[in-house]
Design a protein. Structure first.
Length: 99
């Protein structure tokens, strides 16, 4: 126990708060210089993942039309990665994470 704290000074957090993560929990610079807690920008990440999926599908179609194997493979990989990213973002947003 910290000698500067009295018994009962500890904050109590609900299990849902622990499931989302506590503010500044993974931020090594938390509170340094009065910095606010860092939150993930999930909506911006979703927009970027959607753009990546669109770009991957475009590369896939163009690669199929001109029969270019490298463009086909790049389109497949980019589309799969964007789809996985969109799925992870949807799970985190459904869980109620801010952003």
């Amino acid at each position: 126990m910290n000698p500067g704290k009295k018994r009962g000074d500890e904050r109590s957090y609900s299990s849902s708060k622990y499931a989302r993560g506590l503010p500044d929990h993974h931020d090594p610079t938390a509170g340094f210089g009065g910095a606010p807690p860092a939150y993930s920008a999930l909506t911006f990440r979703l927009v970027l993942a959607g753009f990546g999926a669109l770009l991957g599908l475009t590369a896939l179609v163009v690669g199929a039309v001109i029969s270019h194997l490298l463009l086909l493979v790049a389109g497949i990989i980019l589309t799969i990665l964007a789809g996985v990213n969109i799925t992870v973002i949807a799970i985190r947003k459904r869980r109620g994470e801010p952003g």
